[in-house]
Write a protein that binds this ligand. Structure first.
Ligand SMILES: NC(=O)c1ccc[n+]([C@@H]2O[C@H](COP(=O)([O-])OP(=O)(O)OC[C@H]3O[C@@H](n4cnc5c(N)ncnc54)[C@H](O)[C@@H]3O)[C@@H](O)[C@H]2O)c1
Length: 251
């Protein structure tokens, strides 16, 4: 029960992959969870699963591209949970939203779509929760990043750039708000077996641990970063990638 008594908002927490695994893990560790998702059924299903297991959970529908909906979401989470200790941002990706193409072929509209679904809404959500955290004197933020943000992102340039931006955002939150008791960190995921990225598909060779990761392995990292075990950790990236980004030129 590493998150006993914590109130957590998970944006994208209804998904079948990393989002759902995180929602499940937070509930299992004793947190009360507001599950936000564009798909109302997914959000409700994830929240209901927690309630059946005895946890407190509410479902909220949101489209993160809409600034008003995002503001209403934070207000609803604070009201329904009686406060907010942690914000977790999961929504993101490129392949499910726009085509994978080489950089020179990428259209402006598609670049903007990837940016708003991976970075702009996160920055906005962070700006919305900061006043809540400042007033209560504590708070933490965990964002789901990607190895494409720390390595090359072939055919997914906008995605890599946006995920790299999350790391910068976390460092700035650390620099500006540590004295206020506020932390932000990024879980950097490698190839994780989900609906979008089912694997293994022959691409496991570059993975030192020889397999795709599981969503619950990413969720474990988020539990750690949200918990007091990480009370001295902020502005950091925790890489869960089976060793991919550790490789060098000789292997
Ligand atoms: N799957 C991988 O291999 C992998 C690797 C690295 C990083 N990631 C990152 O992990 C995160 C989760 O990916 P996943 O594939 O596990 O997804 P997921 O199964 O956790 O689903 C994400 C959820 O986001 C919701 N969503 C989509 N657009 C939305 C919108 N506009 N507003 C509100 N909700 C919206 C979807 O309905 C879905 O329920 C993403 O940020 C992705 O970039 C995934």
């Amino acid at each position: 029960m590493r998150l006993e008594g914590r109130r957590i908002l998970v944006i994208g927490g209804g998904g079948g992959g990393i989002g759902r695994a995180m929602t499940r893990a937070f509930g299992a560790e004793g947190a009360a969870v507001a599950v936000a998702d564009r798909d109302p059924d997914r959000a409700e299903e994830a929240a209901a699963e927690l309630r059946v297991a005895g946890a407190t959970a509410v479902a909220v529908t949101v489209d993160v591209r809409d600034a008003d909906e995002l503001a209403a979401l934070v207000a609803t989470a604070v009201r329904e949970l009686g406060g907010l200790d942690t914000l977790v941002t999961v929504v993101g990706g490129q392949l499910e939203f726009v085509p994978a193409v080489r950089l020179h072929e990428m259209r402006d509209d598609d670049w903007d779509t990837v940016y708003e679904l991976n970075l702009r809404y996160v920055a906005r959500a962070v700006r919305l929760v900061l006043p809540v955290f400042l007033e209560q004197g504590h708070g933490s933020i965990v964002s789901v990043g990607s190895v494409t943000g720390v390595m090359a992102a072939p055919h997914q340039a906008a995605y890599g750039v946006a995920k790299a931006g999350l790391l910068s955002l976390a460092r700035t939150v650390a620099a500006e708000y540590s004295a206020d008791g506020i932390r932000m960190n990024v879980v950097v995921a490698g190839a994780i077996a989900t609906a979008v990225n089912p694997g293994p598909d022959g691409w496991v060779d570059p993975i030192p641990l020889g397999r795709y990761g599981r969503s619950d392995e990413v969720a474990d990292a988020a539990v750690y970063l949200a918990s007091d075990a990480a009370s001295y950790v902020t502005g950091q990236q925790l890489v869960i990638d089976g060793g991919v980004s550790a490789r060098g030129p000789f292997g």
